[in-house]
Design a protein around this ligand. Structure first.
Ligand SMILES: Nc1ncnc2c1ncn2[C@@H]1O[C@H](COP(=O)(O)OP(=O)(O)OP(=O)(O)O)[C@@H](O)[C@H]1O
Ligand SMILES: [Mg+2]
Length: 618
């Protein structure tokens, strides 16, 4: 697959003030930056000196006096009388030329070395800030984002910073510096016409480059869009390789991909033609300027107002000047792109999480071992919908007494997992309160709340790491012995002993190399390792066979005396021992009570129970 180009709307307004936002990240290296800038100026001075040396050499060789041109001498900082004759011999000047050439490159390298660190530190700081900020954002943000797109945004932003630093500081500024110096020198040393022609050509060149570059934007954008479209398709198709194979749609996918590639190819071609126009126009302006200047110079040499050395000097200046100018169109466009990308990166930082700690939020004061009475969980008339137009929970009220187990059962989509998410405060209820002990979860810090709750989620996703590390994630400071203990509790030991690499076996992307039941057991082990006072099991054993399920439930039962727990289950047989069972239907509690109470009640629960019993019997 090709590397995706920068897909940026180039017609977008560029906010140059973004540069200001970068400044705080540069502060810590201000001395380094100053040195780098000094190196840059010194390197430029060396560049400017070189044509003068060339002139000296040529004049020396052609036997003309260096002092032939009056103005050069008079306005030189060093008067020729003070310079010993040997320094002006061509040989000495050649050595000096070599030295300056080397100094120019060496200073440039030094500047890059010094400044590279600054850029990298800034990128490191900004990347970390963005990463932390993204983790601070609410679940909704993460559900709605496209991971690929987000990763691109961050990557483009940091690349943009890199580019901006390199080219803004070390291409645009030095080029402008050089242009003014050269024009200044030409004006003072060789008269108005030389200075004016140079100035005029530079101005025409810049205007032409900027206008043409702007005109090209739409073609570049079309090419980039085609590029990104074909890429998205390819990635999506590869991610779904299994589905493609199940339906033997390889050919269909290839055709779709090729359609997009065709568009990309065409767009690229138009793009290249416009580049031809840009480069051709620039070359024309440069050639005309150089021809005009040489024409002037030749005339002056003929009239003996100038030496051959001066002719060489002017020629050298022009060459030196237009090489960096050549990049100007490119740099201008890229800097605009970089600024847009950086702005997008910083925009991520301005996104505010919807769920925030209150200013006076306290810690959730749960003392697992001492204050049992504080651990009750209370839902009071909780209304909630992910969308304002569709209410999912319609006035839910229930209490889980400390160290009790409450089960929630009900049809798929009735809102069971939503209750767990609200308890974690991934969302705030639209109405009603959720309390743990005396504290509303709205008034405690999210960190202390989430630290107190362990969950085995309905869909477990694992990190692409070893089984051991995935389990240890529940408590990164746990010792190996502790991890082994929970592996036993989750009945994973037998499975792990069959693996050639044991606990160090890698689980694959999102844990896809493990079976559904194995993944669930890893999730159970991980939650147990966290040792929180409150536990949520959301269909924690749904992928297990009845035998393993019974064994794990037994293990959970043994320790559940230590937890206040909420169990969500489809299979009613797994919740018969709960202290209380809540039956949820369409976001409302329709029944609640113990297993026997509910059977006697002969409502929905007893019907479900009958159905499941019959199925099991069959
Ligand atoms: N992030 C979300 N945005 C919008 N709607 C959602 C979101 N998450 C869940 N829903 C909707 O809320 C409803 C309740 O979902 P929930 O996950 O709580 O159901 P559940 O009772 O756990 O079902 P299941 O037994 O299938 O797991 C569903 O209709 C679902 O489509
Ligand atoms: Mg669910």
């Amino acid at each position: 697959m090709r590397k995706t180009g920068q897909v940026v709307d180039l017609d977008q307004k560029v906010n140059w003030l973004v540069i200001k936002q970068l400044l705080p990240y540069l502060k810590e290296f201000r001395w380094r930056i100053l040195f780098a800038l000094l190196c840059m100026v010194a390197a430029k001075l060396a560049t400017i000196a070189m044509p003068f040396l060339l002139k000296g050499i040529v004049d020396g060789l052609s036997g003309e006096s260096v002092t032939a041109v009056e103005p050069v001498v008079e306005s030189s900082t060093v008067s020729p009388q003070a310079i010993p004759a040997w320094i002006l011999t061509p040989i000495a000047l050649v050595f000096a030329y070599g030295f300056f050439r080397f100094a120019n490159v060496a200073l440039g390298e030094l500047r890059d070395t010094l400044f590279g660190r600054v850029t990298e530190r800034a990128i490191r700081r900004i990347s970390l800030t963005v990463f932390q900020h993204l983790h601070a954002l609410d679940v909704d943000f993460h559900l709605n984002r496209r991971t690929g797109g987000l990763a691109r945004e961050i990557e483009r932003g940091t690349n943009g910073i890199n580019f901006l630093m390199r080219f803004m500081v070390f291409n645009i500024i030095p080029t402008l510096l050089e242009i003014s110096l050269v024009i200044g020198i030409l004006l003072t040393q060789y008269g108005m016409s030389f200075g004016l022609v140079t100035l005029l050509s530079v101005v025409v060149y810049i205007i032409f480059s900027v206008l043409t570059t702007n005109w090209r934007h739409k073609y570049i954008r079309a090419a980039n869009e085609a590029d990104s479209k074909s890429n998205t398709l390819a990635i999506d198709s590869l991610l779904n390789y299994e589905t493609v194979k199940y339906f033997t749609n390889e050919k269909y996918e290839a055709n779709r991909y090729d359609e997009d590639l065709k568009v990309w190819e065409g767009a690229k071609q138009t793009n290249r033609l416009t580049l031809f126009a840009l480069n051709g126009g620039q070359a024309l302006i440069i050639s005309s300027a150089i021809t005009a200047l040489m024409y002037l110079a030749v005339n002056q040499v003929n009239e003996n107002q100038m030496t051959v050395g001066d002719f060489v000097l002017i020629n050298a200046f022009m060459m030196q000047l237009f090489i960096p100018l050549n990049f100007l169109g490119f740099v201008y466009r890229e800097i605009r792109t970089a600024l847009v990308n950086i702005e997008k990166l910083f925009d991520l930082l301005t996104r505010q999480p919807k769920i925030n700690d209150q200013e006076d939020a306290e810690r959730l004061s749960l003392n697992h071992s001492l204050k049992h009475e504080n651990e009750s969980i209370v839902f009071e008339d909780v209304h909630f919908g992910y969308d304002t137009k569709r209410e999912i929970l319609k006035g839910i009220s229930f209490t889980i007494e400390p160290r009790q187990t409450v089960a929630i059962v009900g049809a798929s989509g009735s809102g069971k997992s939503t209750i767990a998410k609200l308890l974690f405060r991934f969302y705030d209820p639209n109405q009603g309160t959720i309390k743990i002990g005396e504290q509303s979860i709205h008034q405690v810090t999210q960190n202390s709340l989430r630290k107190s709750i362990g969950i085995v989620p309905q869909d477990t996703v694992l990190f692409n790491n070893s089984i051991l590390e995935n389990i240890r994630y529940g408590n990164p400071s746990a010792s190996n012995d502790e991890v082994m203990a929970v592996i036993k509790m989750a009945h994973l030991d037998q499975f792990i002993s069959q693996l050639p690499e044991g606990v160090d076996t890698l689980v694959g992307e999102r844990g896809l190399k493990l079976s559904g039941g194995e993944k669930q057991r890893v999730a159970i082990a991980r939650a147990l390792l966290k040792k929180p006072p409150i536990m949520i099991f959301d269909e924690a054993t749904s992928s297990l066979d009845s035998h393993s399920e019974a064994a794990i439930l037994q293990a959970i039962q043994e320790i559940s005396g230590n937890y206040t727990s909420l169990v969500i289950a489809h299979r009613l047989s797994t919740v018969v021992n709960s202290d209380k069972i809540i039956v949820l239907e369409q976001g409302q509690i329709v029944e609640s009570g113990s297993h026997t109470e509910l059977l006697q009640h002969k409502g929905l629960y007893s019907k479900l129970w009958q159905v499941q019993q019959n199925n099991d019997d069959e």
